[in-house]
Write a protein of this length. Structure first.
Length: 266
């Protein structure tokens, strides 16, 4: 059987505990440690591994540096910026030339109804240690490559500063001038041959939810039946637990199966 593994954003900046990441998700470090042990156990059975990588710039529409209030102060992390806030001047782009496009972006987010614009702590900045993969998982991935003479498929996302990019399939608002924000047909094609695809990563409430939902919506419900979600290898951003719970319920209704790192392929 063609058994594949999709790991979403298993990066240091999302890890709690000893990593103390910039956007630490409680439970994430242990999630990825369990996943690393599973990979070592099932390496002979894994045909392919895909790893998505959040890859941001400091100047980004979802980072504090982009915005300011009337006094020039940047918003605190986890501030929600709504259309009304920008229209009223409560929050404005630090660069006045960015106002129209920024306002249009927030309007489109609200119209879509997925996520509001949330200001995140700068995280997974390209070239920093926070961009790297969880250390134990890195060793497990390298071990898989050595034993299988394979190449982990690393998929970057998020370097366009004008749009959030939770999903590895497409940005929240694709930029027509930047193909990297549009539908990732290469990843969709790569996983379509799988008979089983195990899913793990961070955070369940955001990048996992968005990536898996986009895959399901672009490939179809017959493919969703091949999904096996590893419940002990993904955690929610605090305060957004309902997003993760709703996602799991919706995907199970479409045929996704649940397992754990200890029982998968055991």
């Amino acid at each position: 059987m063609n058994i594949q593994l999709l790991i979403i954003d298993p990066q240091v900046d999302f890890m709690d505990g000893i990593c103390d990441g910039a956007l630490a998700v409680p439970g994430a470090y242990d999630d990825m440690s369990r996943l690393a042990a599973m990979i070592e156990r099932v390496t002979p059975k894994l045909a392919d591994i895909h790893v998505t990588m959040d890859s941001h710039r400091l100047v980004d529409i979802a980072h504090p540096i982009w915005w300011m209030d009337a006094t020039g102060k940047a918003p605190a992390p986890f501030t929600i910026i709504k259309v009304a806030d920008v229209e009223a001047g409560i929050w404005q782009p630090r660069n006045p030339a960015f106002r129209k496009r920024s306002l249009d972006y927030v309007r489109q987010l609200e119209a879509q109804g997925n996520y509001p614009l949330c200001i995140w702590p700068p995280h997974c900045l390209i070239g920093t240690t926070g961009h790297a993969v969880h250390p134990e998982l890195t060793r497990a991935l390298r071990g898989w490559e050595e034993k299988r003479f394979g190449m982990v498929d690393y998929v970057t996302k998020g370097s366009n500063p004008w749009t959030e990019h939770y999903s590895a399939i497409q940005a929240e608002v694709p930029d027509p001038t930047d193909p990297s924000t549009s539908l990732n047909t290469q990843l969709l094609k790569a996983i379509q041959d799988a008979d089983i695809i195990a899913i793990a990563g961070e955070a369940l409430s955001h990048c996992v939810k968005s990536t898996v939902t986009d895959i399901a919506n672009n490939i179809g419900d017959d493919y969703v039946k091949k999904f096996v979600f590893l419940t002990d290898a993904s955690s929610n951003v605090p305060g957004f637990e309902n997003f993760g719970a709703d996602f799991l319920s919706a995907m199970q209704a479409r045929g996704m199966q649940l397992s754990t790192t200890a029982t998968f392929l055991s």
